[in-house]
Design a protein around this ligand. Structure first.
Ligand code: TYD
Length: 353
């Protein structure tokens, strides 16, 4: 399915997309990859500088909402992986229009082009466990569960997923949806929790922990995610949904403490700050359906975190320019007031809070 395939990856200059392109080119000697990426703030062409000269790889700057570009590329591919998305919950709380455009309309444009090109034999929609909404303690979302997206971001991804199902049911388009847990690893934009906390710690800046810091996420190493996507594209069933979870469930406060220990910085850098609006308490998926295909994560929480921390520690060239650019304004809007009125770690009793 992928060895000799012509593969379109959208959003390939972003975090998971770039890791996935490197995975494909490494694993499949005779595949060809075209990367359609709009180059938003969250993507970085340097993510793929190692493969720029590779004759199997082609970059096309463009928007998945652009019908002409999408149709043109779709005519010459066998498999599509849609990573292109606006993904940051905090940004979606400030402005959700771009999320609707890319995650909903963009997905529709891709699906519509794929349906008129029978050469497309697999369409993988890379989605998120956030579409299920928050899970009570001890409960794990199954693929058959109803969707309860609670943030504008999660709602936009749920809209994309719903269209994928509609295009499978209506036109028989060979779509597969994956819903992964929180990814970590090299080249994730510093706006997300783990890279923000790692780079803040390396800069001796405070770590802004929302609310009581007891929210739980499942931390999936990006390489494990890439292996899962590769597997479902080959072995999954059209019209099916596959959850991707590593069972590395940790509270945010524990993540913050583990990061500070790894970079050998004081726990006093942790600052409790005003909570996120509508903050989902816990995400958790049941990924037994994927595991039945033969997938197992290779990284537990600590190994995933260590790999991530090592990369950011060695890659200041990659993330320091982000702090010097437009991210500064975002950081100030998101964290300026919050940090000014934040509560020190010690004041809440530290690790035993
Ligand atoms: P995030 O990386 O934004 O992923 P998501 O909200 O999509 O799961 O956040 C992960 C968790 O970390 C979430 O519970 C919110 C929390 N968080 C903070 O406490 N402080 C921060 O500065 C950020 C960005 C997130």
């Amino acid at each position: 399915m992928l060895q000799n395939a012509r593969i379109m990856v959208t959003g390939g200059c972003g975090f998971i997309g770039s890791n996935f392109i490197l995975h494909l080119l490494d694993r499949y000697q005779s595949c060809r990859v075209v990367n359609l990426d709009k180059l938003t703030y969250a993507s970085n062409p340097a993510n793929l500088r190692d493969v720029e000269g590779d004759p199997r790889y082609q970059f096309q700057q463009g928007d998945i909402c652009d019908v002409d570009i999408v149709k043109q590329l779709m005519a010459n591919v066998d498999v599509v992986f849609n990573f292109a998305a606006e993904t940051h919950v905090d940004r979606s709380l400030m402005e959700a229009g771009s999320f609707i455009l890319t995650d909903v309309l963009g997905t529709h444009v891709l699906l519509d082009a794929a349906r008129s090109h029978p050469n497309v034999r697999r369409f993988v929609q890379v989605s998120t466990d956030e579409v299920y909404g928050e899970m009570p303690p001890g409960v794990y979302a199954k693929e058959t569960d109803p969707l309860h997206p609670r943030s504008p971001y999660a709602a936009s991804k749920a809209g994309g997923d719903a269209q994928c199902i509609a295009f499978f049911e209506s036109y028989g388009l060979p779509v597969i949806i994956t819903r992964a847990a929180n990814n970590i690893g090299p080249r994730q934009h510093v706006e997300k929790l783990v890279p923000l906390f790692v780079t803040s710690a390396l800069r001796d800046q405070p770590l802004p922990l929302y609310g009581d810091g007891r929210q739980v996420r499942d931390w999936l190493y990006v390489d494990d995610h890439c292996r899962a996507l590769d597997l479902v594209a080959r072995e999954g069933q059209s019209g099916e949904i596959y959850n991707i979870g590593a069972d590395n469930h940790e509270e945010n406060i524990r993540v913050a403490e583990a990061i500070l220990r790894l970079v050998e910085k004081p726990l006093s850098l942790i600052r409790y700050v005003e909570d996120r609006k509508g903050h989902d308490r816990r995400y958790a998926v049941d990924s037994s359906k994927l595991r039945a295909l033969g997938w197992l994560p290779q990284h537990d929480f600590l190994s995933a975190l260590e790999g991530t921390v090592r990369w950011y520690s060695e890659s200041r060239w990659w993330w320091e320019p982000i702090y010097a650019g437009p991210f500064r304004d975002y950081y100030e809007r998101q964290y300026g007031q919050r940090l000014a009125s934040g509560v020190p770690y010690e004041a809440k009793g530290g690790a035993s809070a």
